[in-house]
Write a new protein. Structure first.
Length: 433
């Protein structure tokens, strides 16, 4: 066996071993947050003149918080929560930038009768460029609101899905440079009742908190393997050139072939970027993703069994907001609008940015009457929400049902219903009969 054949064989074997070891152990780095290591503190709205109370205690090594949400005329957004302080010095925190997932085993339930409550999860980051040690409100809120699975095990939340709260950006006058999520110096981990949680008694049990990361990122590993392959391949190629001048022509052909492959890969990358499933500004689905979802939905549901309703939303007088406050704040409002809608719709619903300030919510397995109720809930939430620009914001909604027709026909009828809602004075829901 020639030297080059032996080298390639050894390289293939080593590559397979490295890849198998990576799949077995590469995604095994974890960071567990325990009450014995960090300070777990109960929080509530009393710091903002609210009336809610909370009590934190340990039970079987787990942190348990009992909460009594109470109405207050001085603070209309009651909340309770748990704040985990990583270090007595707020300037020193955990570097979670090498972790990609938060695995949360948290039970959160209403002790009184009521629907399952939602909760908020925050990772607070300290950065001396915008944070002050003696002002906790300047520590960045990277957060998400979700519905925990009470008594049903863990929930895995990709850290990439966390967003910086728009109200925090506005209140602290944060520039674009620092408006993205940061996880390099997390000094507090916080859990709180959801933004629309009703008054009453609740209990939150923090069973386990851990963060999952890679000892080495997959792209770094495979780039390293690629570098090794290219390096050894180059050495073998140069050796062959020295031994045989005729190999030069074959090497040139190989190089040209690789260039063609690279051009093809670059073209495919551009195509894949254009076909990305998420709207870059708001995080909602884009039209391409919506079309694929509709195709899939139609493929698995026979026409006689399909029940799909369409909500066509338009932000009222959005142009006036852009003219008055500027497009940067207008973009913030669009992102906040998506967060508000996602907090109202159900898991099976699909929110799509259709264009500009227009959005569509596809509601599978939903009749016209139920869709109209959901639309009215959305309209009410939007009108009552405290927006970043400090003024009232409303939306108009058209509702239509797919029936036996095509999805494009239902969208067109919902658009017509939206036009009627806007023509009749806006801030209302109109149903396409």
């Amino acid at each position: 066996m020639k030297l080059k054949h032996k080298s390639v064989f050894v390289l293939v074997v080593m590559t397979l071993i490295v890849v198998q070891l990576y799949h077995a152990y590469g995604d095994a780095k974890t960071k567990v947050i325990l009450p014995t290591q960090y300070s777990f503190l109960a929080t509530n709205d009393q710091v903002s003149k609210g009336n809610s109370t909370s009590e934190l205690y340990q039970r079987s090594g787990k942190a348990v918080m009992d909460c009594d949400l109470k109405h207050s005329d001085d603070y209309p957004w009651p909340y309770c929560g748990v704040s985990i302080h990583i270090n007595p010095n707020p300037e020193v925190g955990l570097d979670l930038s090498q972790y990609h997932t938060a695995r949360l085993d948290i039970d959160f339930k209403a002790l009184d009768d009521g629907d399952d409550p939602r909760m908020r999860f925050y990772l607070r980051n300290y950065n001396p460029e915008y944070s002050a040690p003696d002002n906790e409100y300047t520590h960045k809120y990277n957060g998400i609101e979700y519905l925990p699975q009470d008594g049903k095990g863990t929930v895995e939340i990709p850290l990439a899905s966390l967003q910086v709260m728009t109200w925090w950006l506005a209140d602290n006058d944060i520039g674009i440079k620092h408006s993205a999520p940061e996880f390099s110096n997390i000094n507090k981990i916080e859990f709180a009742t959801g933004s629309a949680t009703e008054v009453g008694r609740y209990q939150m049990s923090i069973n386990r908190i851990e963060f999952i990361g890679d000892y080495i990122k997959g792209e770094d590993l495979f780039m390293g393997l690629l570098f090794v392959w290219v390096t050894i391949g180059s050495l073998l190629t140069f050796g062959e050139i020295r031994r045989n001048r005729r190999m030069i022509h074959q090497a040139n052909l190989r190089q040209a072939h690789l260039k063609n492959i690279n051009r093809s890969l670059r073209a495919q990358n551009f195509e894949f970027a254009e076909l990305a499933s998420r709207d870059a500004l708001t995080g909602a689905m884009n039209r391409h993703a919506a079309r694929e979802w509709i195709k899939t939905y139609g493929a698995i549901n026979a026409p006689s069994h399909r029940q799909l309703s369409v909500l066509y939303l338009d932000i009222d007088y959005f142009k006036n907001i852009n003219d008055k406050f500027g497009h940067a704040l207008g973009d913030d409002i669009l992102r906040e609008f998506v967060m508000v809608i996602l907090s109202v719709v159900r898991k099976q619903d699909r929110l799509v940015r259709w264009g500009g300030e227009e959005f569509i919510v596809f509601c599978p397995d939903t009749g016209l009457e139920e869709a109209a109720k959901l639309a009215e809930r959305i309209r009410t939430y939007v009108e009552n929400h405290i927006w970043v620009h400090g003024e009232v914001l409303t939306c108009s909604i058209g509702v239509a049902e797919l029936g036996s027709g095509k999805a494009t026909e239902a969208i067109a009828r919902a658009d017509e219903a939206l036009y009627i809602a806007k023509h009749n004075g806006r801030n209302q829901v109109h149903i396409s009969e």
